[in-house]
Design a protein around this ligand. Structure first.
Ligand SMILES: Nc1ncnc2c1ncn2[C@@H]1O[C@H](COP(=O)(O)OP(=O)(O)OP(=O)(O)O)[C@@H](O)[C@H]1O
Ligand SMILES: [Mg+2]
Length: 158
């Protein structure tokens, strides 16, 4: 783990994710800490592991390792009931402006847990209390996650 000084004195962490299992383990740790009202923003290029993280998060939160987690690329959002919270998995790659996000039920979704791929599309609707995870490609299956936010909880993610 490498601690970085970030804006507003919030720390960011670099977490090496050498393989898919490491990404899934991080997702399970985040799921264990998540609660209603949380926003989890997943950024990074195509194939970086945003959907893999979301799938593992939703499987861990639901306690069902076989839970079907279809890509929301076309529907833009898929919703799930878990024991502790309702969660909404957004993929905003094809979002047609912030107005379209409101039509998808964004405001009501914020009472639950939101997982957002392509969070840059949120514009001014981007929650400032979110957990942000930026995935970057390493060699082969390796990924590097830059994790920021959740100042009271981020320490449990190292
Ligand atoms: N360390 C790793 N973490 C996450 N995914 C990994 C890792 N190693 C290999 N993979 C593989 O990389 C792919 C990541 O695809 P995924 O759909 O999660 O990316 P994405 O960031 O959601 O891309 P898109 O922008 O197209 O939605 C999957 O096939 C996954 O199995
Ligand atoms: Mg994806």
């Amino acid at each position: 783990m490498v601690a970085l000084a970030g804006p507003r004195h919030t720390a960011a962490m670099l977490l090496p994710l050498p393989n898919l299992a490491a990404t899934e383990a991080l997702a399970a740790r985040v799921a264990a800490l998540a609660r209603a009202g949380d926003a989890i923003l997943l950024s990074g290029p195509l194939g970086a592991g945003k959907s893999a993280f979301a799938r593992a998060f939703l499987r861990a939160a639901s306690g069902d390792p076989a839970l079907e987690v279809p890509s929301p690329s076309y529907t833009l959002v898929q919703s799930y009931d878990t024991a502790r919270f309702r969660a909404h998995h957004f993929d905003l790659w094809r979002l047609d402006g912030p107005g379209a996000l409101v039509e998808l039920g964004w405001d009501d979704s914020r009472a639950d847990v939101v997982l957002v791929e392509w969070p840059d599309r949120l514009g001014e609707l981007r929650p400032d209390d979110a957990l942000s995870i930026a995935f970057a490609h390493g060699a082969g299956d390796a990924r590097i996650a830059t994790v920021a936010g959740w100042p009271d909880r981020i320490g449990a993610l190292a």
